[in-house]
Design a protein around this ligand. Structure first.
Ligand SMILES: [Zn+2]
Length: 238
């Protein structure tokens, strides 16, 4: 004699069997879906954009307007983020706001700020890193965008050349320049292809005016993106 619950289970065995099978199929589907979406997101290439300075460290200041370099850098970094995201990249900003990355501005804040940037870059494992700065020089006639790379990094050199070539092709470019080797923490802290883009000279009136113009910002950002894409499509070219 079967008990009443056992009788019920036995009588509806086909129904329970079908339900168990459906559950198993659904679980398998969920596992597959999860695995596929993981693969898709892991294929998404990451770019790190580093807005130089920030917080108590304003960087250099504009010769005419007194604008802070840190604010100009942030505007360019945000525009770069948008451009790279539109091109399908995942973008990590080291400094997404006006604030510095040092915590409290006590002794050693600059070092803490730089170490944090290095930590973010290394954690993000990017296909490339672009640090955004504005230049300043005592000879006020100096103008134009300048790209820097770490001398011992061939991939960074290739990226820097591609970006500089693209910037040299802008109609506003007054003097074509070569990408230059530079010894900077943000270039030395990782082995990912890394460049500093000095967008222009805040010590020059014409450059300052251009750098604060939203249309020019879009053009310069498009030129940087084009250079980066050219590097990624043929990393050995340099
Ligand atoms: Zn700077």
């Amino acid at each position: 004699m079967r008990s009443r619950p056992a009788k019920f289970l036995y009588a509806h065995r086909v129904l329970f069997g079908a339900a168990a099978l459906a559950l198993a199929v659904f679980s398998a589907f969920l596992v597959c879906f999860f695995a596929l979406s993981q693969t898709a997101s892991s294929l998404r290439l990451t770019v790190v954009i580093d807005a130089g300075h920030g917080g108590v460290d304003g960087g250099v200041t504009g010769v005419t307007t007194g604008v802070k370099e840190s604010d100009v850098n942030l505007a360019y970094a945000r525009a770069l983020q948008e451009a790279f995201e539109d091109a399908g990249f995942r973008v990590v900003q080291t400094r997404p706001t006006e604030a510095g990355l040092y915590g409290v501005a006590t002794a050693g804040y600059k070092k803490r700020d730089m170490l944090k940037r290095g930590e973010i870059i290394n954690k993000s494992a990017p296909v490339l890193m672009i640090s955004v700065h504005q230049n300043y020089f005592s000879q006020r006639a100096r103008r134009g965008a300048q790209v820097f790379f770490r001398e011992s990094s061939e991939t960074s050199r290739a990226l820097a050349r591609a970006v500089q070539t693209s910037l040299n092709g802008m109609p506003e470019c007054v003097k074509r320049t070569e990408a230059l080797a530079g010894d900077y923490y943000v270039l030395n802290c990782s082995d990912y292809p890394s460049v500093i883009v000095e967008c222009g000279f805040l010590s020059n009136e014409e450059d300052e005016k251009l750098l604060l113009d939203a249309n020019y910002r879009e053009k310069l950002v498009s030129a940087v993106l084009a250079g980066a894409l050219s590097y990624l499509s043929d990393p050995a070219a340099g």
